[in-house]
Design a binder for this molecule. Structure first.
Ligand code: FDA
Length: 308
């Protein structure tokens, strides 16, 4: 119930205006978001890299309403990738992109615009010597995102894509994508989805996550295990061992601000540990999905609002 309400709020302009009115929310938002500006994203990246972690940066934005805004987001990514190149961080930091932020939902030529903008970002990443991963949004975008990824992979074979274990289709998608060189980030899934397309309960989603992990770890690709769940992390490690995978053939990923001690433990044990680091002004949707994942975050948030 609470999760559904928070996910509905994440898409509500009215709630968004209300939440953004409270300046102290910034202190709480900062736990999950590096800051509003590119230099803050780069500074946070530097700190994470210095601690032995890798990074994937997200220039926050989604549900872009016009082509200029979409092009502006692509330009922001180009600036970010130039900054990563110039600071020498590109060896340890890549970028994550939401296709809706670069035009996928635009009513006229949305997919074409998103493909062109994503291509610009991939070219900038290639020039910087790093990679791009396409985030996955709600299930209505899955086919379109996978089609755009297929097209881009013809020129940028290192392009990564996210699959969401809660979708019933995902085990089959994992099989399609478990080929050599294929970078797949497997996460549980963060959107409110109907039962017809997605498993609903935690146990069913966890079981689906393990099935997806089994396929990816047994395959030839590069699995990116995106979860904070201790059970999933343990199982991923065991599957890697059973499949005789070298530690360099897969990685763990977690969100900025969540389980930082576990991030460091995994990195110190010799694993590649990548932190998903968002920055930018469009923090609302991202932040609300983080609240929906964990009611304790909501208590923390409401207490801070009440005492401001
Ligand atoms: P689960 O939600 O079961 O949580 C397990 C434990 O982790 C909790 O008990 C708690 O300790 C901790 N935890 C989890 N969420 C927390 C939070 N918000 N705050 C504090 N603690 C928390 N989703 C999507 O739909 N599309 C995408 O492209 C991505 N991309 C992505 C990248 C990366 C690197 C990660 C780690 C996650 C995503 N996600 C995502 C989000 C993902 O789908 C999922 O919603 C969250 O990772 C939470 O699921 P867990 O696997 O962590 O397990």
């Amino acid at each position: 119930m609470l999760r559904s309400a928070l996910l509905a709020a994440s898409r509500s302009p009215q709630v968004r205006t209300m939440v953004e009115k409270f300046p102290p929310t910034h202190a709480i938002v900062e736990r999950f978001v590096a800051g509003d500006r590119l230099d803050q994203g780069v500074a946070a990246t530097e700190k994470l890299v210095a601690s032995g972690r890798k990074v994937t940066l997200d220039h926050l934005g989604e549900d872009t309403k016009d082509a200029d805004q979409a092009a502006g987001t692509a330009l922001a990514y180009e600036h970010l990738l130039t900054a990563l190149k110039e600071t020498g961080l590109a060896a340890d930091a890549e970028v994550s992109v939401k296709l809706s932020a670069v035009g996928q939902f635009l009513p006229v030529d949305g997919e074409k615009i998103a493909l062109e903008n994503a291509r610009r970002i991939c070219e900038a990443a290639a020039d910087a010597g790093t990679t791009v991963t396409l985030d996955m949004e709600d299930h209505t975008t899955t086919d379109s995102t996978l089609a755009i990824a297929r097209e881009l992979r013809a020129d940028f074979p290192w392009l990564g894509v996210v699959l969401q274990a809660y979708l019933r289709r995902t085990e089959a998608d994992c099989r399609d994508l478990a080929h050599e060189g294929s970078r797949v980030r497997i996460c549980k899934g963060a959107y409110k989805e109907p039962e017809s397309v997605a498993f609903q309960g935690k146990r069913d989603v966890d079981l689906a996550y393990v099935r997806a992990l089994k396929v990816l770890m047994a395959g030839e690709g590069y699995p990116m295990v995106a979860s904070h769940d201790p059970n999933m992390i343990k199982i991923a490690g065991q599957l890697a061992e059973w499949n005789k995978r070298d530690v360099s053939s897969f990685e763990y990923q977690m969100l900025y601000g969540i389980r930082p001690e576990e991030q460091l433990r995994l990195a110190e044990a010799g694993n590649t540990m990548r932190v998903y680091l968002p920055y930018g002004q469009e923090w609302y949707g991202y932040f609300m999905r983080r609240l929906a994942e964990r009611p304790a975050n909501l208590t923390f948030f409401l207490r801070a609002m009440a005492t401001r």
